[in-house]
Design a protein around this ligand. Structure first.
Ligand SMILES: NC(=O)c1ccc[n+]([C@@H]2O[C@H](COP(=O)([O-])OP(=O)(O)OC[C@H]3O[C@@H](n4cnc5c(N)ncnc54)[C@H](OP(=O)(O)O)[C@@H]3O)[C@@H](O)[C@H]2O)c1
Length: 347
């Protein structure tokens, strides 16, 4: 089977995907009889390229590094992102772009436009899920298209495909997770006596925290992730504003070390639970007993526990995350769409 795909965004994640597609090309062919051709790549500031015959990914990586994808473009000039989505000759769009955590835009509009044009969509972006999950899911279903989003929470760990295929007729009653690397790493360093500002700078120096860290430190990233999990796994219809959110800005070395002495570890815990017919959610620094598996989630690893009416509780822990693990989640989605698994998708 031949599958044409377009990449919206060519940042850390989609460049890692480009490398993974090359590394796994033979396995995709052997295991799934699948040949994937990238026919378009679009960025915000480094141009866009469409080539219906297929873009050489090494050339694209080199062109991006040199500052512009334009030399690879074949055809009429493209005005903007929407023009790219309209024009690119691809069956599937991989969207790994930026979004405003307060609105989920412009990624939500991009995903909607691709579905409306008849393309399957794979996104690594939490924004469209946190602000428009039901709408995009229903649009995809109505058009018999795939809309998959494995990498939005815990990168490539198969949380959403687990829900889709591994947990039939199951009601998830509670979700707890440690889902943000930056805050988790800072809390780990506070335990070791490293001051907050120094711990944050370490994360920025290795490229794991943004120059403006408020998205992580104030709990926005965690908030979007628990909204995604609650909406996808619990059938909720939450928005980020519905979440009771407290960041880690006020957590001190003294607090984390005192908690440790009492056999507890403070984590920025994401929680969603049922209250009658409603689903509520909270993000807050929370002491966990060291016996809780989520207390063992250190640095850039992550973990989530589902409490259900079938399996009492299931915890998934992921080792260190990176754009490479995110790219794997995207590739798994692409393969699963190519295999037609979206036709099973109830949620
Ligand atoms: N990094 C991770 O490990 C990770 C993990 C899970 C999920 N994610 C999610 O994956 C997405 C991408 O992350 P990343 O680390 O690759 O980000 P990044 O390195 O900042 O790259 C973002 C890419 O999107 C492009 N872009 C931004 N707005 C655009 C628009 N309107 N139209 C077209 N392209 C646009 C940027 O263009 P320029 O190249 O011109 O800047 C860049 O190529 C984000 O939503 C992130 O939350 C990332």
């Amino acid at each position: 089977m031949e599958l044409t795909i377009a990449l919206l965004g060519f940042g850390n994640v989609n460049r890692a995907l480009a490398r993974l597609l090359q590394r796994k090309a033979a396995a995709l062919k052997t295991d799934h009889n699948l040949t994937i051709t990238v026919t378009g790549i679009s960025t915000h500031s480094r141009g866009q390229a469409i080539d219906p015959a297929g873009i050489d990914l090494n050339a694209a990586l080199a062109a991006y590094a040199a500052g512009s994808l334009a030399p690879l473009h074949k055809g009429a000039p493209l005005a903007d992102t929407m023009a790219f989505i309209e024009a690119v000759p691809a069956a599937l769009l991989v969207e790994a772009t930026w979004m405003n955590p307060r609105t989920g835009q412009p990624a939500t509009d991009s995903d909607r436009a691709a579905l409306q044009r008849g393309m399957h969509v794979v996104t690594a972006n939490k924004g469209p899920l946190a602000y428009a999950f039901r709408e995009l899911r229903d649009l995809a279903k109505a058009r018999q298209l795939g809309f998959f989003y494995e990498s939005t929470v815990m990168d490539g760990a198969p949380l959403h495909s687990l829900k889709r295929e591994g947990l039939p007729v199951t009601t998830v009653n509670r979700i707890t997770g440690v889902l943000n690397s930056t805050t988790n790493s800072i809390l780990s360093r506070l335990e070791e006596g490293v001051p907050f500002a120094a711990a944050l700078k370490e994360m920025q120096d290795v490229g794991l925290a943004e120059a403006d860290p408020s998205n992580d430190v104030d709990g926005w990233d965690s908030t979007l992730k628990i909204v995604v999990l609650a909406n996808v796994h619990m059938g909720a219809d939450l928005r980020p504003a519905d979440v009771d959110r407290t960041g880690i800005g006020d957590v001190t070395i003294e607090q984390v070390q005192a908690a440790l002495k009492e056999g507890q570890r403070i984590k920025l815990l994401c929680e969603a639970w049922r209250e009658g017919d409603a689903v509520r959610a909270r993000v807050a620094p929370t002491p966990l007993p060291l016996t809780n598996p989520l207390a063992g989630v250190m640095r850039t690893s992550g973990g989530v526990t589902f409490e259900m009416d079938t399996l009492s509780s299931l915890t998934i822990l992921e080792g260190d995350s990176s754009p490479d693990t995110t790219a794997f989640g995207i590739l798994a989605d692409i393969v699963n769409i190519a295999r037609g698994r979206y036709r099973l998708s109830a949620g």
